[in-house]
Design a protein around this ligand. Structure first.
Ligand code: PLP
Length: 389
């Protein structure tokens, strides 16, 4: 079980800004493990569970005089999610619509944009599959001419890589603001300029960013921002929402989680997440592993990916060894870019990074640990972690 020590600014410091509950109670999921996989699915805070429980009690008991009043109260329970989502994104309440998931949001957007058969959509080759699928299906049906794919350059997808595919027929550039395998933070400002110059829409999947680092729709001229739970689509958002007696508990949980993020403040959280990422960039190369994530500070996010070997099976064996130690990380690849992915959030602290580094040092030290900056290769892994043929 990981031990927690005082020292650097920690989430205990971060979370102590919140009233009433001792900080360590906010995320009980961190108590028995080192959770460094927010990019897969984040831990829910206690406040979120309480909000959903309160909502379910209301649904169970119908405390109102009549069912119509009760129904209105159920509808009202979704309002917090809209308000807090708007606050987080710097948007108006009327620019937010609630969706079921990022995938759902992207599909709704693909159906809502009035594409012409001669038009194209530009994506990049690092994308999560569900980011690509709606546009590929559209092209298959003849709704657009084609999907053009910008190629990554050693894990980076610079604005020029997109720009060379954008022309007068480009209706939309669709991009994850933070790439899911290596955490590359795309230059949204630069991309927005390219889109403006060609009259194309900029559709941003912000699921790997929202709540961890700041995204303001006022500062970043994205036309549509989609993330699990909600998306922002100026002027017409409400018309795209699932109406009726919708997923109330999901909206209630989302509202409570966003409220927590906003209470702490996204700039404070962002500084904290970047501090942890910067430490990973400092510490991982000292272990002789290869940091896959781009080193440029402006391209960093909450995700840092590394490889211990050229062989996927050896990385997999190392991943399993970390999981055995209850260090929750993941292995992800797209287009050959990826490795063991470490992702941090507001509930992580320097002790989590220390523990990861300590355990890695110990695992690697059992074999022939190579020096600083050593190339990846079979020498890094100890024999017992080497997969059997
Ligand atoms: C960039 C990106 N987009 C979309 C998704 C899918 O999100 P959802 O499960 O909310 O549909 C993921 C999941 O990891 C992702 O990383």
């Amino acid at each position: 079980m990981p031990t927690r020590q005082c020292g650097h600014a920690s989430p205990v410091d971060l979370l102590s800004h919140l009233p009433s509950v001792p900080a360590q109670h906010h995320f009980p999921g961190t108590r028995d493990k080192t959770f460094l996989d927010a990019a897969c699915v984040g831990l829910a805070p206690t406040d979120t569970r309480l909000a959903i429980e309160r909502f379910l009690d209301r649904a169970l008991l119908c405390p109102d005089r009549d069912a119509s009043t009760h129904h209105i109260a159920l509808d009202q329970a979704r309002v917090t999610a809209v308000r807090e989502g708007a606050r987080l994104l710097d948007a108006g309440d009327d620019e937010i619509a609630l969706v079921e998931s990022t995938t759902h949001g992207l599909n709704v957007i693909a159906a809502a944009i009035p594409f012409q058969p001669h038009e194209n959509v530009v994506i990049c080759d690092l994308e999560f599959l569900q980011v690509a699928i709606p546009w590929l299906k559209l092209a298959e049906r003849g709704g657009i001419r084609e999907v053009r794919v910008a190629r990554n350059r050693r894990g980076a997808v610079p604005v020029e890589a997109f720009a060379q595919h954008v022309d007068a027929d480009t209706r939309a550039v669709v991009v994850s603001s933070v790439q899911w395998t290596n955490g590359f933070a795309v230059d949204l400002h630069g991309l927005a300029e390219v889109c403006r110059a060609h009259g194309a829409l900029l559709v941003v999947d912000a699921i790997q960013q929202l709540g961890a680092t700041r995204l303001s729709v006022r500062d970043t001229p994205a036309d549509i921002v989609v993330a699990g739970g909600h998306y922002d689509f100026p002027t017409t958002a409400k018309s795209l929402e699932i109406n009726g007696t919708a997923n109330y508990p999901g909206a209630v949980g989302l509202g409570a989680s966003l409220e927590l993020v906003n209470k702490l403040g996204i700039t404070t959280i962002e500084a904290h997440v970047h501090e942890l990422t910067d430490r990973l960039h400092d510490e991982l190369p000292r272990l002789g592993v290869r940091v896959v994530t781009r080193p440029e500070p402006e391209a960093r996010s909450g995700i840092t990916t590394f490889e211990v070997s050229d062989a996927a099976a050896e990385n997999e064996a190392f991943l399993q060894a970390l999981l055995d130690e209850r260090i929750y990380v993941a292995m992800r690849y797209t287009s050959g870019v990826g490795g063991i992915r470490v992702s941090t959030h507001l509930y992580n602290d320097h002790d989590d990074v220390d523990r990861l580094i300590q355990v890695m040092r110990s695992l690697l030290g059992r074999g022939a640990l190579q020096g600083v900056g050593a190339p990846r290769g079979s020498g890094v892994l100890p024999d017992e972690l080497r997969p059997q043929a």
